[in-house]
Design a protein around this ligand. Structure first.
Ligand code: AMP
Ligand code: FES
Ligand code: ZN
Ligand code: ZN
Length: 321
């Protein structure tokens, strides 16, 4: 991670990590301090939530969502976890084990929703039934269930583990296509509106290298494996492009995303208002929707009527779009 003789910028002790974007090296203690400060700065700058708020953290078993849950608890916030069992073969079985162990070891409250048990389908089957990439059914399911769990459970905000690398890569994709509607909504916090709960991404000021270091220093055991059927190649490619720019010119990635939020997003604010408009309610489940029945209820109908499809049958499609 760092050259042997490097010293921490804050205390002069041996460093464990070099962070070129801060033009400095840090020891374990001061790296954790930096992570805590970046978290608090994001929460304060973007008015994500207040100390007394009830927070629901969506946790996948990966490093980012564990890091954000751990950091929020460490900072004294009241945060429960939410895990959605997606039924993606061994990957989901492993994720379930990691998330359950994390919550049990720390005596944290974990809510779980299992697609197969509660809605009669899983993501491989939904992908086959809808004839679309698995991420499409996965995104519809996760968004709906995060919102529902937050509203039903009376939480003030739903938190996800999206980090600076994720957000900068998505921003690059949206800019390359000048997708104004997506750009207008690519904010670190979305207020509660139209029956949707408030949503926040407190890790937007931390890179994935920093969240991984946080987990390492805090002894957090996370699932390294990525989803085997995700077709996230576009974002992976954008991350790679941004990393090579960052290598030549450290701190560009943070400037790209954070200056967009400060300087550009306010100019697009009326686009968000137009995009969110007035919504009706799903005739089946009551969720906000533009149509008669929401996308989730339509997905449940379609996928639960299909015979179960094992994950191996959709693995061959990995990477295709
Ligand atoms: P992804 O969409 O897989 O990049 O994940 C983005 C964020 O969504 C993660 O940081 C988590 O906060 C949340 N998340 C992803 N998968 C799950 C899951 N199965 N259950 C609950 N939260 C999840
Ligand atoms: Fe959603 Fe893999 S986690 S398709
Ligand atoms: Zn130090
Ligand atoms: Zn519905």
């Amino acid at each position: 991670m760092v050259a042997a003789a490097s010293k921490c910028r804050s205390c002069g002790k041996p460093a464990v990590i070099d962070l070129p974007r801060h033009n400095a090296n840090f020891c374990a203690e001061h790296l954790k301090q930096l992570c805590r400060r970046q978290l608090e700065k994001a929460i304060d700058d973007y008015n994500m939530f207040d100390p007394g708020d009830r927070i629901l953290v969506a946790v996948s078993g990966g490093k980012d969502s564990f890091a954000v849950w751990d950091m929020l608890i460490d900072a004294g916030y009241a945060a429960d976890g939410l895990y959605v069992g997606l039924g993606i073969g061994d990957y989901s079985d492993e994720s379930t084990r990691y998330v359950t162990a994390f919550a049990e070891e720390r005596k944290l409250r974990l809510r779980t929703v299992d697609l197969r048990d509660e809605y009669g389908y899983d993501i491989p089957t939904a992908a086959r039934a809808t004839k679309r990439v698995p991420c499409s059914a996965c995104g519809i399911s996760k968004r709906h269930l995060f919102d529902k769990a937050a509203v039903d459970g009376g939480y003030d905000v739903v938190v996800t583990g999206h980090n600076l690398d994720d957000e900068a890569a998505v921003l690059l994709g949206n800019v390359l296509h000048w997708d104004i509607e997506y750009l207008a909504r690519q904010l670190p916090v979305l207020p509660a509106a139209n029956g949707f709960p408030k949503k926040a991404k407190p890790l937007v000021r931390l890179t994935e290298r920093e969240t991984a270091a946080w987990c390492l220093l805090r002894g957090i055991d996370y699932l390294v494996e990525e989803c085997p059927i995700a077709t996230g190649n576009r974002h992976l490619h954008h991350k790679g492009v941004l990393n090579s720019i960052e290598q030549e010119s450290p701190s560009t990635k943070a400037a790209f995303f954070l200056n967009f939020i400060d300087n550009m997003a306010p100019l697009l604010a009326d686009q968000t208002a137009a995009a969110s408009g007035d919504l009706g309610r799903c005739a089946r489940c009551g969720a906000p929707t533009t149509g008669e029945t929401c996308a989730f209820c339509r997905l449940v109908d379609n996928a639960s009527a299909h015979e179960p499809v094992p994950v191996e049958l959709v693995l061959g499609k990995r990477g295709r779009r």
